[in-house]
Structures are given as structure tokens and as C-alpha cells.
Design a protein around this ligand. Structure first.
Ligand code: NAP
Length: 295
């Protein structure tokens, strides 16, 4: 059920992960336990989500061996810099209750302070060399950020996690990732950002898209399952979020049907080229004024 993919450093990662952005700490442990019992073996969190401790608790409560769960988390921008990022690992690992993190990524490129970003990435390289993390990567890096990173650091990221759903397909980012053997991992894979409450008026939820609804009906699946399948068949990893047991189970029940090429092409053509999330060129420590507490 976990359909692993091999990252560019040989580490195996389940392609379908379980996301916990905006999952309240008090519901996260139960939700993570539910997800693991439903078959997920990969959790995506972040220091910035404020729920790493509950993710660790959910993993322990599930009774599933820690080594059988792939844990991915992110360093927030306020912890960028070489020593700061080494310490960010210690904070995240302690909150999660683990000694090693499977995939640690930089949450944003922070181009206004790129020297700090580079030093943060160099700290990830050191953590990898020390065996404290099994793989390293980035998030929200656009092709120009990737180029600048590659020019000044040693290790190619294993993963670039970016906003990606049928209304925002980021083909240039996908091409740049593929060119360097970086796995594209889709955040908001079923378009959560197109309907988060309070994130702007007049958004059209991709879950309500008529074309996706038609394809879903033809396959006897839901729109969310069709979108997840669209990602997987195009080689991307996905990390759908839900705190509802039925939808958690639904989002990993995507391995018993296949979209045809025409379905994939029709969904690709829904791209509107409009980002729902923050502009990666603009995010810096003042954007959310978020500081990551000690463990
Ligand atoms: P998403 O997974 O595309 O969508 C989540 C939303 O869809 C929630 O409102 C959820 O509500 C609903 N939902 C889930 N399954 C559903 C289904 N089968 N049918 C109908 N509705 C369903 O959006 P996301 O949370 O933005 O993205 C997923 C993960 O990506 C996050 O949790 C986080 O781990 C990561 N992420 C990363 C970044 C970054 O900057 N790197 C940014 C955003 C997100 P219920 O909970 O009520 O089911």
C-alpha cells in the first residue's frame, strides 16, 4: 500500500505521506495514529506547524515500529543559519521523540537572506554526514533558488516540496527538479490552498472542479482520489492532510485504479498559473513572526 520511491541518495520513501499543516495539536496525535492504522507510513510535519510533539506521540500510540515510519519535517526560516539549523534539528528531534529524522527540509528559500539559507542548507549537509538525518531537501524553491543553491552547496536536495494541484502545476519547477534528480513532492495535492477558510475571497475549490468531478464519476472514485492518482502517475509524491478518519482512509485508497493518458492531459490543462500560497521570493522571518520554541 505504501509504494515506495527511491530518492536520489538511495533512501526509500513511501510516495503517499500524511500532512498535518493546520491540524490542531490536540487532534494531531489521534489523527496521526489513525493515519498509521489506515496504512500510511510517512508523515510530513514542520517545526512551524507547532505539532511535532503530537506527531511523535501519534506514532508511539500507533504501536508501529518507529523504523517503519518515514518522518519528514522542516526547518522554519527563523532558525536559518549554520548553528541555528543544527540546533533546529535538535529541537525537532526532541519534540518528535526520535534520534534520527528521515527527511529534513528547508521550509522556504528566503532569498532576501540567502546567505542564511545557504548556511542552513550546509547544516543539513552536516547533519546528513553525521547520520542524524537520512536525507535532506527543500521546499518552495523555484528554479532560480535551486540554481543558486546548487552553485554554492555540495549535495543535491532529495526532495523539493512545492504547491502543486491541478490549478497550479508549476511545470518549470517540475522540469528543474527532474533535471537534477530531485523528487517533486506536492503540497496541497488536492488543492487545500484553494479553499482554506480565511485565505482570500473568490477562490474556486479544485475539489469542486467539474472536469475532475466527471473523471471521478467515470472511475467510481472521488475528486480527491483522482487528483492524488494524477500526481502519482506523473511521478510525484503527495502528502494529503485530513483529520477525518474516513477521508484519511480515502486518500490512501488510490492504488486500485488508473487514469488514462487523456485524463492526465485534461487535468494538466486545468492549470491557471496562479499561486495560492505565499510568494517564495517574499517570505522572510517577518512574514509570520514565528519563533520555534525549545523542546
Ligand atoms: P490538502 O491536503 O490538499 O487539502 C487538505 C484539505 O482538504 C483539508 O481541508 C481537508 O479537510 C480536506 N480534505 C482532505 N481529504 C479530503 C477528501 N478526500 N475529500 C474532501 N476534502 C478532503 O492541503 P494542505 O493541507 O495544504 O496540504 C497537505 C500537506 O502539505 C499539509 O498538511 C502540509 O503537511 C504540507 N504543506 C506544506 C507547505 C509548505 O510550504 N511546504 C504548505 C502547505 C502545506 P479535513 O481535514 O476536514 O478532511
Amino acid at each position: 500500500m505504501n509504494y515506495p520511491i527511491t530518492l536520489n541518495n538511495g533512501v526509500s520513501m513511501p510516495t503517499v505521506g500524511y500532512g498535518v499543516f493546520q491540524s490542531a495539536p490536540e487532534e494531531t496525535a489521534v489523527a496521526v495514529e489513525t493515519a498509521l492504522k489506515a496504512g500510511y507510513r510517512h508523515i510530513d510535519t514542520s517545526a512551524g506547524y507547532g505539532n511535532e510533539r503530537e506527531v511523535g506521540e501519534g506514532i508511539r500510540r500507533s504501536g508501529i515500529d518507529r523504523d517503519d515510519v518515514f518522518i519528514e519535517t522542516k526547518v522554519w526560516v527563523s532558525d536559518y543559519g549554520y548553528d541555528e539549523t543544527l540546533h533546529a534539528f535538535e529541537k525537532s528531534a526532541a519534540k518528535l521523540g526520535v534520534s534520527q529524522i528521515d527527511l529534513l527540509i528547508l521550509h522556504q528559500p528566503m532569498p532576501q537572506h540567502f546567505e542564511r539559507t545557504l548556511n542552513a542548507y550546509r547544516a543539513l549537509e552536516q547533519l546528513l554526514a553525521d547520520g542524524k538525518v537520512r536525507s535532506i531537501g527543500v521546499s518552495n524553491f523555484m528554479p532560480h533558488h535551486l540554481a543558486a543553491l546548487r552553485a554554492q552547496t555540495e549535495i543535491i536536495p532529495a526532495v523539493n516540496q512545492v504547491e502543486l494541484h491541478p490549478y497550479f502545476t508549476q511545470s518549470a519547477v517540475q522540469r528543474a527538479n527532474a533535471e537534477h534528480g530531485i523528487l517533486t513532492q506536492a503540497w496541497s495535492p488536492i488543492g487545500g490552498i484553494t479553499f482554506y477558510p480565511g485565505w482570500g475571497e473568490n477562490r474556486k475549490s479544485v475539489l469542486e472542479d467539474e472536469t475532475i468531478g466527471r473523471i471521478a464519476a467515470e472511475h467510481g472514485k472521488t475528486p480527491a482520489q483522482v487528483m492524488l492518482r494524477w500526481h502519482l502517475q506523473q511521478g510525484r509524491s503527495v502528502i494529503p492532510k485530513s483529520t477525518n478518519a474516513q477521508r484519511i482512509a480515502q486518500n490512501i485508497d488510490v492504488f486500485d485504479f488508473a487514469l488514462v493518458d487523456d485524463d492526465l492531459n485534461v487535468i494538466n490543462a486545468l492549470d491557471r498559473g496562479v499561486r495560492g500560497g505565499p510568494d517564495p521570493d517574499a517570505v522572510d522571518p517577518s512574514t509570520w513572526k514565528l519563533e520555534i520554541p525549545e523542546a
